[in-house]
Design a protein around this ligand. Sequence first.
Ligand code: IVH
Length: 674
Amino acid sequence: MEKAVAQKKIEELSKELHEHNHLYYVLSSPLISDFQFDTMLKELQDLEDQFPEFLLSNSPSKRVGGAVTKEFTSVKHKYRMLSLGNSYSKEDLIDFETRIRKLLEEEVEYVCELKYDGVAIGLRYVDGKLIQAVTRGDGTSGDDVTTNVQTIGSVPLELKGDYPKEFEIRGEIFMPLKAFEKLNKEKAKAGEPLMANPRNTASGTIKMQSSKIVAKRGLDCYLYYMLGEELPTDTHFGNLEKAGEWGFKVPNVSDRMIEKTNSIEGILDFINFWDDKRKDLPFEVDGVVIKVNRHDRQQRLGFTSKSPRWAISYKFETEQAVTSLNSVSYQVGRTGALTPVANLEPVSLLGTTVKRASLHNKDQIEKLDLYIKDQVFVEKGGEIIPKVVGVNKSARPDSAIKIDYITECPECETELVRKEGEANHYCPNENGCPPQITGKIEHFISRKAMNIDGLGGETVEQFFKAGLINNIADLYSLDPLKMISLDRMADKSVNKIIKGVRESLSIPFEQVLFAIGIRFVGSTVAKTLAKYFKNIQNIKNATLEELINVDEIGDKIAESVQEFFIDDKNLEIVNRLTEAGVQMAIIETEEEANLVKVLEGKSIVVSGVFYQFSRDELKKTIEKYGGKNVGSISKKTTFIVAGDKMGPSKLEKAAKLGVQLVSEEEFIAMISEG
Ligand code: IVH
């Protein structure tokens, strides 16, 4: 395709995709199918790969993520990010309203809104483009999380209409209940500890290193406050209306998510309506926010050191039930993570009977100062199971017993461990703890892993109890005679299992790497590692630094990989799998295998814009010829493939460290030798 044509097409596709994105995520009224959307996006991505010089800074392709942030940059807020004064009773609110009216000596117009339960974000736009997204932090400076926020569908990357040249808009990033439930289902399946609630999950997600994962988490964002030198109107309500026209997700008047009123009755009516109706919302709200509408009146009221005098939040009372705590049990997942669960005297809460509630971890139990036989308050949030939120200590019977968090695994009696910075305890007896053993085998045989037909959870349990299998490698030496002697095992089922196991020998290495169940190595990470290191030996021998240098691999994953290969039992299992014929290396095509690895042992940084390759292609080519892609320039960098428009700070660093710059043409010449 001609360059000019490509450029025009990229611009057109980007514009159309922004529009469809707005229809889908903000207005919930898509005009085209998901398939059509994906096809257009793919077309755009292909063109951007071919013509990286025309890639727009806020391209819709940013929505799928890709950038990895090892450490977020701290950014000073242009306007301090304040919080709100709280009120917990209607009396407090009546006081607030009376105070405002007295101070202003006139009738006041208020705007009532919902208080979204998530994390605050400040978005800066220049010339209609999202240029920066910053978390609240300490109110004075926060973290730059732009690449993660770009993946949130309802946050516009490009605005439309009559927006000012420069402004900031603030809002709340939250996780809709459906997305939260989906994530926890996946976590439960993977044997990982569950997330406590949508708010914590949203705040954890926005600080994740991999924007690709963020993109998959389904975050959403409502905007609630505009700041700038040239705002479109002189009221808060007017500004939000305008923001809606420019493409932001703002509350609707028609479903009463935002409302103007000039009386306390109006405010209380709004609260009463939502106190009931919030249960039908697809996301969590923890109260309402009341704001004075006119900017000049806001200015007259001013701020205290922490919050505006012209706004207040009111927190809903949550529905709770009181019941007694009978016991605490502890569940062990596939990865050994421990979850304490409260067993309760059954009690009815919001129409269902609650018998069990989550206690999350040891800290939580200590914070609650929990005793067996205590009267506890139970609440239902967006969680799958309800949670214990408090204790009525005055009702504690003399016979109550303080909970001593267990120190040994309830399944295998191994001493529990807790890693620094982690909330959960783990049973480290990976290869000897029954639920971990069966959990690992079940994971190994699952569809996305070794896809072993004929075997299921029940059979695994049965084989394990009968002593036929103790780890994943045992599957490859199953004795048909022993299998057939078990209950409900017919010839046919045995044959099917044997066949399934045999067929799993052709499962490619990247899937095998996922199947062996290294903590934090999900299917995407496994693919990345397999492609980069080519075989299990290289992964085993990789240093921590080498692992972290791989795109999308952070400290946590790198450490976990190393820990896995330090364990002799794991090594033995890997050896047995290798001997059984399981794929432990990626299969290279003949052409690939015959290449002379001219870049072997070289650490290469790619920077700037290229014409013969897309960035991805260039990186792949480096790997193909045995080189290693590294993210940043250091003394150890062999050379930099320097394209057009390489940033001045990188050029300076290269010069300072004396790292050689290689042009695109020189690079091509280098590899053609291979
Ligand atoms: S207005 C200066 N409006 O609640 C006024 N805040 O403690 C700034 N929040 O940090 C806040 N929904 O993260 C405002 N409709 C809403 C809100 C809202 C949720 C959060 C926000 C803020 C916290 C206040």
